[in-house]
Design a protein around this ligand. Structure first.
Ligand SMILES: [Fe+2]
Ligand SMILES: [Fe+2]
Length: 265
């Protein structure tokens, strides 16, 4: 079975359509979304319609919970707050019901757990090796069969490996053969709002038979979405992505080094 994991679409329906076209061309049987379907960009209803029509299962993210009033808006920055306020004015009753019905966890297989950030906490940002190790221990206590946890929220595509000896490693490869004795956290990155210096839409694919994980990026034209955002006075951080500028490549390299330093003990 091939499984595609998408996350943090944030109402960018054009990025979502581009990713789904890429997934359809890749012989994928199941797609799971890690939440933050809405927020930031300005096509929430169109995004939810695509997800519903495609019957894509999703967990809720913090922006989805804010949009339906189950989390306070004060926990996020001014752009996110403004976007959520605007989103609340355009969602229909059906949209709100759909967002409110999303679960906090999904298990595409018994050994695979999908959450927005961490089990029971859609807000925490998992960054350091200590945080990942702590979550690994907690999941081991509640769900000992889980070997792979897909987690979104940070908008940064990366994997973290917990080795059988308890070391926490951050593999840099974009294609990884999973070690059956290790535990993995995998963040597929963001479809609609990446924050790792590459603004193409991000997602991840898992070949469950071959135990092969791939990080994917998809080009698309963001002009229409960014124009609509501006029309509503919402300015989402969004940089060059089709031809990445020297600045964005430098920023991405700095962030990669910072992440590496972050995971060192
Ligand atoms: Fe997000
Ligand atoms: Fe989030």
């Amino acid at each position: 079975m091939r499984l595609a994991i998408i996350s943090d679409i944030h109402s960018n329906v054009d990025a979502l359509q581009a990713v789904l076209a890429d997934i359809r061309a890749s012989d994928v049987q199941h797609v799971v979304c890690l939440g933050d379907l809405v927020g930031y960009h300005t096509f929430p209803r169109e995004t939810l319609a695509v997800l519903r029509d495609s019957e894509i299962r999703s967990v809720h993210g913090n922006h989805d919970l804010m949009a339906v009033g189950r989390l306070p808006r004060d926990d996020c920055g001014p752009v996110a707050r403004k976007a959520i306020r605007w989103t609340q004015t355009v969602l229909t009753e059906e949209d709100r019901h759909y967002l409110a019905s999303l679960p906090s966890e999904l298990y595409p297989q018994r050994s695979i757990l999908c959450v927005h950030s961490a089990p029971g906490d859609p807000l925490v940002r998992l960054r350091t090796s200590g945080q990942f190790y702590g979550e690994y221990l907690r999941i081991g206590e509640s769900d000992p069969e889980v070997r792979l946890c897909f987690t979104g929220h940070t908008h940064v595509a990366r994997a973290m490996t917990i080795t059988p000896r308890g070391d926490v490693l951050c593999p840099l490869e974009r294609d990884i053969t999973l070690d059956p004795a290790a535990f993995y956290f995998v963040n597929p990155g963001s479809v609609g709002c990446p924050r790792d210096g590459d603004y193409r839409a991000a997602y991840a694919m898992l070949d469950c038979g071959a135990q092969r994980l791939s990080f994917r990026r998809v080009n698309y034209d963001p002009t229409r979405v960014l124009r609509e955002d501006r029309r509503h006075g919402i300015r989402v951080e969004f940089g060059p992505f089709v031809r990445r500028s020297l600045r964005s490549r430098t920023l991405a390299a700095v962030r990669r080094v910072a992440r590496l330093i972050d995971v060192l003990p």
